[in-house]
Design a protein around this ligand. Structure first.
Ligand SMILES: [Zn+2]
Length: 80
């Protein structure tokens, strides 16, 4: 493979991973459910609000860049 083709190939690779990542994030967002933070997780028995944040999703800068999705033990993202 010559140098130009290699550069082009890397460009496509970067673009592709950008879009597939974006798709993945959109999927997670559209699957996230809005629930009460006092709901109890069926796997660990703790409140939903005690579960870790998903730092891939932050509110916009003017809202302070706060994480707003919690990840439950089964991987479900919830908005509290
Ligand atoms: Zn749990």
């Amino acid at each position: 493979m010559n140098q130009n083709k290699l550069i082009l190939f890397n460009c496509f690779k970067t673009l592709f991973s950008y879009f597939s990542n974006k798709n993945k994030k959109n999927n997670i967002l559209s699957n996230a459910i809005r629930v009460d933070g006092n709901c109890i997780c069926s796997l660990c028995g703790k409140k939903y609000s005690k579960h870790p944040f998903d730092y891939d999703f932050l509110s916009s800068e003017c809202l302070g860049n706060y994480p707003y999705l919690n990840i439950l033990c089964d991987g479900t993202r919830v908005k509290l």
